[in-house]
Design a protein around this ligand. Structure first.
Ligand code: 6GU
Length: 224
């Protein structure tokens, strides 16, 4: 999968994408991430990327020209499955949506900022709009990182233990069961006996029960 991210704050992505699973999956050649600074595509001398809103009002609006120039440049080199706009008025991201995006080959992600983005960007280029929850961030960058992290770990080969993503919380619509490692007892707190029993069938059954019980207690809305 190739991910092209358009942002006014491209440096924000560097530390996050140079660690852990995202770093490894780029090294393995499973994903390619390119960050583009929208300012580099500005069409005037002042490197302007935003302007006052027509009709008045507070805040600046991201201009269409630099974004269009960047997208056109990318589209001249390959075809894209989706052009995603990160925006608080998009559909709310979840694991099911992440699964869908993890099967795509090439995607563009636009990170919005300020009071918004010239509406014609949506009309002309955007194929889907995604929000990460009902609250307002200063910009789409953090949301794009969360989107990328969630999608990338679902790509086959990214996780060492292939079954690991499958047993994630939410992957089967339930929260994950509790896990333990050594020591078997810590200050009087014991690991449940069943996990030390060696009986795989009973352990599986226990984990399923715990999963269901946790979901019932913490997130009953997931069971509706
Ligand atoms: Cl994608 N962008 C911004 N600016 N705020 C958000 C968001 C996105 N998702 C939730 N809040």
């Amino acid at each position: 999968m190739r991910i092209d991210i358009l942002s006014l704050f491209s440096d924000m992505f560097v530390p996050v994408f140079s660690e852990s699973i995202i770093k490894r999956s780029q090294k393995k050649g499973l994903i390619e991430i390119k960050i583009h600074n929208i300012r580099d595509f500005s069409v005037n001398k002042q490197k302007q990327v935003d302007d006052y809103p027509y009709g008045g009002g507070s805040g600046m609006v991201m201009m269409i020209e630099p974004i269009a120039a960047c997208i056109e440049h990318l589209k001249s080199e390959r075809t894209y499955d989706e052009v995603i706009l990160m925006t608080p008025d998009g559909i709310v991201f979840n694991q099911m949506i992440a699964n869908k995006y993890s099967t795509l080959n090439n995607i563009i992600i636009i990170c919005g900022h300020y009071k918004g983005i010239d509406e014609r960007v949506r009309e002309m280029y955007v194929t889907s709009e995604i929000s990460i929850g009902d609250y307002v961030l200063s910009g789409g960058e953090l949301a794009a990182m969360i989107f990328c992290d969630t999608v990338i770990r679902l790509i086959p080969g990214v996780l060492n233990d292939e079954t690991s993503a499958l047993s994630d919380s939410f992957q089967n619509g339930l929260l994950a069961p509790p896990v333990y490692t050594r020591p078997a007892e810590f200050k009087g707190f014991k690991v449940p006996d069943i996990l030390l029993s060696g009986n795989d069938k009973l352990i599986d059954q226990w984990r399923q029960e715990q999963s269901l019980e946790r979901t019932r207690l913490k997130r009953p809305d997931l069971l509706d």
